[in-house]
Design a protein around this ligand. Structure first.
Ligand code: HEC
Ligand code: HEC
Ligand code: HEC
Length: 472
C-alpha cells in the first residue's frame, strides 16, 4: 500500500519533471527557431523594403517606383487585420518564394521572389516563426498602388510570373562545389537578392540572369534605382570589383567603407540594415563566391592612375577647366587634389567604379543631394558628404561631375549638362545614358509591343532610407 502510493507519487513527480523539461525544450527550440528566423530576415533585408521612411518596422508603406506607377510595400507584421497574422506557413511560403498572395493574386516582382524562390525550407520555417512570434504586430492599413486601370490588373502579372520567375526550389549547389562557395552562392543569389539591383533587367523587367549560368549579365551592373546606380560586381578592373581584394569586399559589406569606396544610396540601406549583421563566416562565403565568378572581358581596358591632374590642381592653373576650379574650391578638402580621399572617411574618386559608370546619375545625385555614410556597428561614425544643390549652380555641378569622371585616369563619358542636373534636382529624373539605352522620361514608358530602352524609371526603385531614417 505505502509502497504503491510512493510509487505513484514518484511517478507523478517523474511525469511532472518530464513534462517540465520537454516544455522547456520546446520553448528553447521555438526561441532558437525565432532567433534563426530573425537572422534569415537580415539575410533577406525584409526590413528595408517593408518599412516606410521613418515608419514602423515591417508595417509597410515604402514607395517603389515602376514604369507603370508607384506601388507600396505591405504590412508584414503579424497583425491579423492589416498584416499577415492569418497566413499559414504554406501561404507565407507561397508569397515569399512564389509571389502569390493569400488571396491568390500575383505580387509585383518589386518583391524579389524570383531570388527568394531558392530559399531552403529550413530557412523559410525559421522566417515564418520569426514573423509570427518575434515581430510586433502593427495595425497599419496597406497603401493602395498608384497604378491606374488597365495596368492595375494583376492577372498579367501571373503570366509574367510563369515566364520569368523560377518555381520555388530549395537551393542545391552544383555537385563538387566547395562548401563555402556554395553557402556564398546561396546568400548572394537567394535571400541576399544582390542581383535585384546589380543585374541589368531585360524587356520584361526581369533580371537578365539569376545566377552565374546566365553569363556576364549576372551582377554585371544594374539600372537606375531611386537615382542610384548599382555597379558591376564582376571582375572588370574599371567598372567592377577587379581591383578589390577579398578583404576590401569583406570590409565594405561589414562596415560600409573601405580605402576604395563608401556605401551610399540603396547600398547604404543594404549595409546598414542587412550585411553588417551577417556573421563573418557568411560574409567570407559571399566574398569567396563573388570572387569565384567567371571573369568578364573588361569593357574599358585597365585603370592606370594619371598624376597630371593632381599637378594641375596643385599649381592652381586650371587652364579654363571650370570643373577643376570648382573641385579645388569645394571638394578637394575631403577628396584631395590627388583624388585619393582619406581612407575610411572620404572615398577616393580616382579609379572608383561608381564615379566612372556609363550612366552618371549616381555621381550627379550624390553631388546634388549629398550622402551620409551609414554608421555601422563596426564603423560607428556617420561621415557626411554635403549637398551642393544650394551651393553650386546646375552648370557648376555638371562641370564638376564631368571633371571627376575624366580626371586622374578616369575615362568615363563626360557629357553631363546643366539641363540634366536641373531635371535631376527638380523632378528627380535620372540622367540619360548615351547610345541605344538613351532613355528619356518620354521614351521610357511602358510599351507592350515596343522593346523599351533600359534606363529612366525602367526598373523597380524602392526609396532609400539612407540619410533620412534615424531608425536605420
Ligand atoms: C526589394 C523590396 C522588398 C524586399 C527586400 C522584400 N519585400 Fe516583401 N514585398 C515587397 C513589395 C513591394 C510587396 C507588395 C507587392 C505587391 O503589392 O504586389 C511585398 C509583399 C510581400 C508579402 C505579401 C504580403 C501581403 O500583403 O499579402 C510578403 C509575405 C512579403 N512581402 C514578405 C517578405 C519577406 C519575409 C521578406 C524578406 C525575406 C521580404 N518580403 C523582402 C517588397 C520587398
Ligand atoms: C537596393 C539595391 C541594392 C541591393 C539589393 C544591393 N546593392 Fe550593392 N549597391 C547598390 C548601389 C546603388 C551601389 C552604388 C553605391 C555604393 O557604391 O555604395 C552598390 C554598391 C555595391 C558595392 C560597391 C561597388 C563599387 O564599385 O563601389 C558592392 C561591393 C556591393 N554593392 C555589393 C552588394 C552585395 C553583395 C549585395 C547583396 C547582398 C548588394 N550589393 C545588394 C545597390 C544595391
Ligand atoms: C566634407 C567632406 C566632403 C566634401 C567637401 C565633398 N565630399 Fe564627396 N564624399 C564625402 C563622403 C563622406 C562621401 C561618402 C558618402 C556616402 O557614402 O554616403 C562622399 C562621396 C562622394 C562620392 C561617391 C563616391 C563613393 O564611392 O562613395 C562622390 C562621387 C563625391 N563624393 C564627389 C564629391 C564632389 C564632386 C564634391 C565637391 C562638389 C564633394 N564630393 C565634396 C565627403 C565629402
Amino acid at each position: 500500500m505505502m509502497i504503491n502510493r510512493l510509487k505513484a507519487a514518484l511517478g507523478a513527480v517523474a511525469v511532472g519533471l518530464l513534462a517540465g523539461t520537454s516544455l522547456a525544450h520546446a520553448q528553447n527550440a521555438d526561441e532558437d527557431l525565432i532567433k534563426k528566423g530573425e537572422y534569415v530576415a537580415r539575410l533577406g533585408d525584409c526590413v528595408a523594403c517593408h518599412t516606410s521612411l521613418n515608419g514602423q518596422k515591417y508595417a509597410g508603406g515604402l514607395s517603389i517606383k515602376t514604369p507603370i506607377g508607384t506601388i507600396y510595400s505591405t504590412n508584414i507584421t503579424p497583425d491579423p487585420t492589416y498584416g499577415i497574422g492569418t497566413y499559414t506557413f504554406k501561404e507565407f511560403d507561397e508569397a515569399v518564394r512564389h509571389g502569390v498572395r493569400k488571396d491568390g493574386a500575383t505580387l509585383y516582382p518589386a518583391m524579389p521572389y524570383p531570388s527568394f524562390a531558392r530559399m531552403t525550407q529550413d530557412d523559410m520555417k525559421a522566417l515564418y516563426a520569426y514573423f509570427m512570434h518575434g515581430v510586433q504586430p502593427i495595425a497599419q492599413k496597406n497603401h493602395p498602388t498608384d497604378i491606374s486601370w488597365p495596368m492595375s490588373m494583376r492577372w498579367p502579372l501571373s503570366i509574367w510570373r510563369s515566364v520569368f520567375a523560377p518555381a520555388p526550389k530549395d537551393f542545391t549547389p552544383a555537385p563538387g562545389t566547395d562548401a563555402e562557395i556554395a553557402r556564398g552562392e546561396y546568400l548572394v543569389t537567394g535571400p541576399g537578392h544582390c542581383g535585384a539591383c546589380h543585374t541589368p533587367r531585360g524587356f520584361g523587367m526581369q533580371e537578365k540572369a539569376l545566377d552565374a549560368s546566365g553569363g556576364p549579365d549576372f551582377l554585371g551592373g544594374g539600372g537606375v534605382i531611386d537615382n542610384w546606380i548599382a555597379p558591376s560586381l564582376r571582375n572588370d578592373p574599371v567598372l567592377g570589383l577587379g581591383r578589390w581584394s577579398d578583404e576590401d569586399l569583406f570590409l565594405f559589406l561589414k562596415s560600409g567603407r573601405t580605402d576604395h569606396s563608401a556605401a551610399f544610396g540603396g547600398m547604404a540601406d543594404v549595409v546598414g540594415w542587412s550585411t553588417q549583421y551577417f556573421t563573418d563566416a557568411d560574409l567570407h562565403a559571399m566574398v569567396k563566391y563573388i570572387k569565384s565568378l567567371p571573369p568578364v572581358p573588361p569593357a574599358r581596358g585597365d585603370y592606370s592612375y594619371d598624376a597630371s591632374t593632381a599637378q594641375m590642381l596643385d599649381s592652381n592653373n586650371f587652364s579654363g577647366n571650370a570643373g577643376a576650379k570648382t573641385y579645388v574650391e569645394q571638394c578637394a578638402i575631403c577628396h584631395r587634389n590627388d583624388g585619393g580621399g582619406v581612407a575610411r572617411m572620404f572615398p577616393p574618386l580616382a579609379g572608383n567604379p561608381v564615379v566612372v559608370s556609363d550612366n552618371p546619375t549616381s555621381v550627379a545625385h550624390i553631388v546634388v543631394d549629398g550622402g551620409v555614410l551609414p554608421p555601422t556597428n563596426w564603423a560607428p561614425s556617420a561621415v557626411a558628404m554635403p549637398d551642393y544643390k544650394n551651393i553650386l549652380s546646375d552648370q557648376q555641378i555638371a562641370d564638376v561631375v564631368n571633371f571627376i569622371r575624366s580626371a586622374w585616369g578616369n575615362r568615363a563619358p563626360a557629357n553631363t549638362t546643366a539641363a540634366d542636373i536641373q531635371k535631376l534636382r527638380l523632378d528627380h529624373t535620372p540622367l540619360p545614358t548615351p547610345g541605344w539605352a538613351n532613355a528619356t522620361e518620354e521614351s521610357a514608358t511602358w510599351g507592350l509591343f515596343m522593346p523599351q530602352p533600359y534606363g529612366a524609371g525602367w526598373t523597380f526603385a524602392p526609396q532609400t532610407h539612407a540619410g533620412v531614417d534615424e531608425a536605420q
